[in-house]
Write a protein that binds this ligand. Structure first.
Ligand SMILES: Nc1ncnc2c1ncn2[C@@H]1O[C@H](COP(=O)(O)OP(=O)(O)O)[C@@H](O)[C@H]1O
Ligand SMILES: [Mg+2]
Length: 288
């Protein structure tokens, strides 16, 4: 069982998109490699903006979900308000659409409950370790757990990094993003170097997202990062309309069929190929 946290201090760099598509890719890869016993994948959404869990639930964007106070939520599990196990808030996703195993589960997040949980955890000396404790009873049920995080280095990201075996940092090739990359890598180092946090945490890689490698400026940034981080830099993911459209339709990239080629299988889609490649590289590293 491996736990992969997707973290970056900056918003809009493609964290949630990566978390969704890596989870979907892992689900498909497990089904393909072990058809008899594909195992299960879990995506935990630690971001109160709940973009990844909204996709997993087939939710409609632009509509405010009413939070049902009577139901168990991740926020309530995190605050420990009632003795709620995490298993009470696990849902099964309809994605990826073309996978009959339906082996992808997710834990949704809700805005106000997560905000409340964040405030609570900040006041608690053991607040950083709450997710680690909560996942213990369920880790053996999953081959891979992927955790999406908010665009900051708050206590929610701390929880996700302390609970993880591996971290991956998505970043786009913009000047403003380089600061966020450094801050995120510093945070990972802080978690690794503190004996009570997570010395076992490994950085699986840095994913260059939303790339337009026809721009000389982006090529320069890519070269600088490759020079600095070597093989930690995974295969780049190109900025493509298909990724955006899939998201608008509430689909992972493997479930999305580009309109101009309705007969094509998903794997002929360039965006799907790139996410599959990155997911394979990540899987290869975290399986070591
Ligand atoms: N490879 C890509 N090509 C095109 N658009 C992308 C790509 N990756 C992400 N996006 C878009 O960028 C926006 C931000 O992505 P998101 O995954 O929500 O970032 P974050 O979780 O880091 O805030 C979304 O609108 C998403 O559809
Ligand atoms: Mg996000």
């Amino acid at each position: 069982m491996k736990i992969l946290t997707v973290a970056c201090q900056k918003g809009g760099v493609g964290k949630s998109t990566l978390a969704i598509n890596v989870s979907a890719a892992f689900a498909l890869m497990q089904s393909f490699q072990n058809p008899e016993d594909p195992g299960r994948i879990l995506l935990i959404d630690m971001d109160k903006q709940h973009h990844s869990s909204k996709t997993m639930s087939g939710g409609v964007f632009g509509v405010v979900d009413e939070e049902d106070n009577t139901k168990p939520t991740l926020g309530k599990c995190l605050t420990g308000k009632s003795p709620l196990p995490l298993s009470a808030v696990i849902e099964s996703s309809h994605l990826p659409l073309n996978n009959e195993d339906k082996n992808l589960d997710y834990i949704p997040s809700h805005y106000s409950g997560m905000q409340e949980a964040q405030n609570f955890l900040n006041m608690d000396t053991t607040g950083r370790f709450r997710l680690l404790d909560l996942i213990q009873p369920i880790v053996s049920d999953y081959e891979y757990i992927v955790i999406d995080t908010p665009p900051d280095l708050s206590i929610m990201t701390d929880n996700a990094l302390i609970a993880a075996t591996h971290a991956v940092v998505p970043i786009d090739l913009q000047a403003f993003s380089m600061d966020a990359l450094n801050k995120t890598l510093d945070k990972i180092e802080e978690v690794q170097s503190h004996p009570r946090f997570n010395p076992e945490l490994q950085l699986a890689g840095i994913v260059l997202t939303k790339c337009n490698l026809r721009h000389s400026e982006e090529i320069e940034w890519r070269d600088i990062l490759v020079e600095q981080y070597g093989d930690l830099i995974l295969s780049p993911i190109t900025l493509r309309g298909d990724v955006h459209t899939a998201q608008t339709q509430g689909l992972d990239i493997f479930s999305y069929k580009p309109p101009r080629d309705p007969e094509a299988v998903a794997s002929s889609n360039l965006a799907a190929q790139e996410y599959a490649q990155v997911a394979e590289e990540i899987k290869e590293r975290i399986d070591r």
